[in-house]
Ligand binder design. Sequence first.
Ligand code: GTP
Ligand code: MG
Length: 442
Amino acid sequence: MKQNEYDTIFASASQFRSAIKIIRISGRNAKKIPNIFNFKRPRPRIFSLRRLTHKNNIIDVAPVVWLPKSKSFTGEDTYELYIHGSFVIEKLIFKILTSYKNFRLAEPGEFTKRATLNGNIDLIQAESINDIVNSQTEKQLSVAQTQLDGSLSNVVKSWREEIIYISSLIESLIDFSDEDIPEELSNLFLKNLKTIQKKIKDTLKSATLASFIKEGFIVTIIGKPNVGKSSLINALTKLNISIVTDFPGTTRDLIQQKIDVKGLPVILYDTAGIRKTNNIIEKKGIELAINIMKKSNLILNLCEDGNFNYKTLQKEFLDDSKIKIINVKTKVDIKKNSKKNADVEISSKTNFGINILLEKIYSYLSGLEPKESSLLTSERQISHSKKALSALNRINKLSIIKETELIAEELRLASKHISNITSFIDNEDVLDKIFSSFCIGK
Ligand SMILES: Nc1nc2c(ncn2[C@@H]2O[C@H](COP(=O)(O)OP(=O)(O)OP(=O)(O)O)[C@@H](O)[C@H]2O)c(=O)[nH]1
Ligand SMILES: [Mg+2]
C-alpha cells in the first residue's frame, strides 16, 4: 500500500537500548507537537528543555528542537524530541501521536525519501546516507562521505554538461548541407566525444574496485590438504570458524568470514585442500575452491615444506591471469627448514608471522584502491553510467555528415541516463527500491 506523502510521520532514530532516544516527527502537522505535548514552542533550531505532558500525564522532561521546513533535513516542518532512552516513553509517545489524524509511523527511509522529493538532496546523496549508516570500515565510510558531500554528484553533473555541449555542436551541424560541414566543428565534436567517453569509462573502471571497498576484497586461502589453511583463517579472524584436524581433506565447503584489515573490508575464504581424489564430496569442495580462487583479489598460497606450486597454480587453475599470489610457508614452529621463495613464514599455532602476513595483505589491497575519491558504488549508478557510455559508443559507428539526427538521438539518450543517476524524474519507482533497504527513522 502506498502511504500518503502528506501524512506527518514519526519514528525513533535510535532503534536499540540507549541512554537517549531521538524521536523525529516530520510533516505538515509537526508544528502541532507543542500543543499535543503541552509545551511552549521553542525558538527555531534552539535546543530547549521542555516538560512533555499529555492529558495531565507526565511523559518526560527532555530537550526538544524545532526545525521549520526551510531549515530541516526533510524540507518539512520537523520536531526532534531527545527523550530518555526508555521504550515505555517511546511507545507512549507513538500511541499519543497515532491517535491524531494524519500522524503515522514512518516507513524505512521515509525521512530521507522526503528530503529527496523536496530537493534537499539528490539520489546519490540519498544512497550514500544508507552506505554511511551501514559502513563497517573507515574506507567504506570515506567513500560514502564523498558521495554525501556532493563530489560524485558534481562529477556526474559535469558529464551531463559536456554531453549537452556536444549535443549543441551536433545540433548546429544539422543546419549545414553535407558538403559544407566545417571540419573544425566536426573535429571539435569528435575530440569532446572521446573525452567524455574516456571519463565515464575510467570512472566505471574504478567502480569495480569501489565495489570491493563496499562489499569487501576477496582473499582466498589455498594449498594442499593439511597445510594449515583452516588454522590460518582461525588465526586471522581470531574465531574458531573452521574445523581443524590432522586428517587431510577436512575442509570441503567454503568457509567465509569478513574481517577489517586496517580499515579495508576483506572477505576471507578457507577452502578444501587441492589434490587428486576420487571422493565425490571432496571433489566438489575442490571445485568450489577453484571457482572462488578465480574471483579473488588475492590468493594466500600455503605450503608447509616450502615447495610452492606457483607455476602449476597459475597455469592450471588461474588460466595465467594476473591474480596476485602470496606464498605462505606454514607451521614454522615445527618445520624450520625454510626454502627461499616463501614471501612470508607463519605459525598459526604461535601466531608467529601473522601480523606480517596481515601487513602484506593490506599493502597489496590498499594499492588496488582507486585513486579517485568520487566513486560510483551502487548497482543503479553503475548501470545508468554503462547505458550512457553505450549510447555514446554507438556514435563511433555513425557518420557525422549523414547521420547527424541519429547522433543527436544517442546523445539525448546518454544525457537522460546520466540525469537518472542523480534525479528520480521519470523513474519514481526507483525511490521505493532505494529506500526499502533503509532502517526506520532514517
Ligand atoms: N605445529 C603446528 N601445527 C599446525 C599449524 N597449523 C596447522 N597445524 C596442524 O596441522 C593440521 C592440519 O591443519 P588444518 O588447519 O586443518 O589444515 P588444512 O589445510 O585446513 O587441512 P584440510 O582442510 O584438510 O585441507 C592440524 O593438526 C593442525 O593442528 C602450525 O602453525 N603449527
Ligand atoms: Mg581445512
